[in-house]
Design a protein around this ligand. Structure first.
Ligand SMILES: *Cc1c(COP(=O)(O)O)cnc(C)c1O
Length: 371
């Protein structure tokens, strides 16, 4: 069996360091918003080369808090993508804002040319949540142009793109805020839930720290309605002392696996998209596309028979989800590209502990599939 992820192997590698981190937190007697969180925040900010980081409860909360600190209010329109984890749109809806979906390109990234058209046609749109999907970076030069020309407030969803770059620029450095997730499957996963938002703007960061802690401005003084969304000391300690130091090697291994798949998979019934021009992907996922929607389940059955884990990212475009039936949203143009990708995409195993023989097994199984 080749797993889509392998946390047992991760544990074998990390347990000694992790137990040591747990012991230190336990002995400190301080479990919420203490020095582990503060130290992890400064390590993460240093590593990401963004001035400040704020640890929160999840990636979803990081996006919601990010939107609130850039001034997004109920009823505001927010440009976003139909192809992402549902959390991207859910964060917008939790603010009470209105998602405006713009279709994606063949790599699954929001189409920035169509965003520009939309922004020209509707100058009332002031906010955007773009997603660096699969670990690919959007064209950050184009994104910066849009931000400047239309005075956009941007929360970059970097849940899948930690470490990804566009022409040497890190994802998360164009928006006023970057949001990321430490859900275990993410490139920098915790062993539980967690997230962070990063920003160069000290005022936004102060506001975010208040919002994650009930909106307290001082102990038991509440100036606004906040959340309980605090990264806890245990996860912060594990992230700082155990997982963040391993992230460069983990990312290197993901890139090796992606390189091997791209070189080795050669089947006219499977499209292997690679990464968009200028993007140095961190390969959170490795999507391939079957030639037609009708044969997707056939490919998945084939992988199942070969004992290969796989995923679907994502089977349903967000505006087609039933949860959106009774909420206000807009779709600009159609979401035909997103719909097509949803109908044909299958994610192959990619993670830092995947062995070479398993990579070969996945390549052989992909090449032997005859549709
Ligand atoms: C995982 C993910 C999220 C949500 O993160 P959680 O920590 O699970 O709340 C948001 N956006 C994208 C693109 C994700 O992959």
């Amino acid at each position: 069996m080749v797993g889509l992820n392998d946390f047992v192997r991760q544990w074998q590698d990390t347990q000694q360091d992790t137990l040591e981190a747990v012991r230190r937190v336990g002995e400190s007697g301080w479990y919420v918003l203490g020095k582990e969180v503060a130290q992890f925040e400064s390590e993460l900010a240093r590593w990401w080369k963004i001035d400040h980081a704020v640890g929160v409860g999840s990636g979803l909360d990081a996006i919601e808090i990010g939107l609130r600190v850039v001034g997004c209010k109920p009823g505001d329109k927010v440009l976003t993508t139909p192809l992402s984890a549902f959390a991207t749109t859910l964060a917008i809806l939790r603010v009470g804002a209105v998602p405006v979906f713009v279709d994606c390109d063949r790599y699954g990234l929001i189409d920035l040319a169509q965003c520009e058209e939309t922004l020209r046609a509707d100058p009332g749109i002031r906010f955007m949540v773009p997603v660096h999907l699969y670990g690919h970076s959007l064209n950050l030069a184009r994104l910066r142009e849009l931000r400047e020309r239309f005075e956009l407030r941007i929360v970059e969803d970097c849940a899948q793109s930690i470490g990804a770059e566009f022409e040497g620029m890190r994802t998360g450095t164009v928006g006023q805020v970057a949001a990321t997730s430490f859900y275990p499957t993410k490139n920098l996963g915790a062993i539980g839930d967690g997230g962070a938002l990063l920003s160069a703007d000290a005022d936004l960061v102060t506001h975010a720290r208040r919002l994650r802690d009930y909106g307290q401005c001082a102990k038991y003084r509440h100036d606004e309605i906040g959340l309980n969304s605090r990264l806890d000391e245990l996860q912060a300690a594990i992230l700082k002392h155990v997982h963040l130091p391993r992230l460069p090697l983990w990312t290197k291994r993901r890139r090796e696996v992606a390189g091997a798949y791209r070189a080795g998979i050669n089947n006219s019934r499977l499209a292997v998209p690679g990464s968009p021009t200028g993007s140095s992907s961190c390969w959170h996922l490795f999507p391939v596309h079957v030639a037609a929607a009708e044969v997707k389940s056939c490919f998945m059955d084939h992988l199942r028979r070969r004992g290969i884990g796989f995923g679907e990212h994502y089977p349903v475009p967000i505006p087609d989800q039933r949860a959106l039936t009774d909420v206000k949203y807009e779709v600009r143009g159609s979401c035909e590209v997103a719909r097509g990708l949803c109908a044909t995409e299958v994610s192959l195993p990619i993670h830092p502990y995947l062995r070479d023989d398993e990579v070969e097994t996945v390549i052989a199984a992909s090449n032997e599939w005859s549709g």
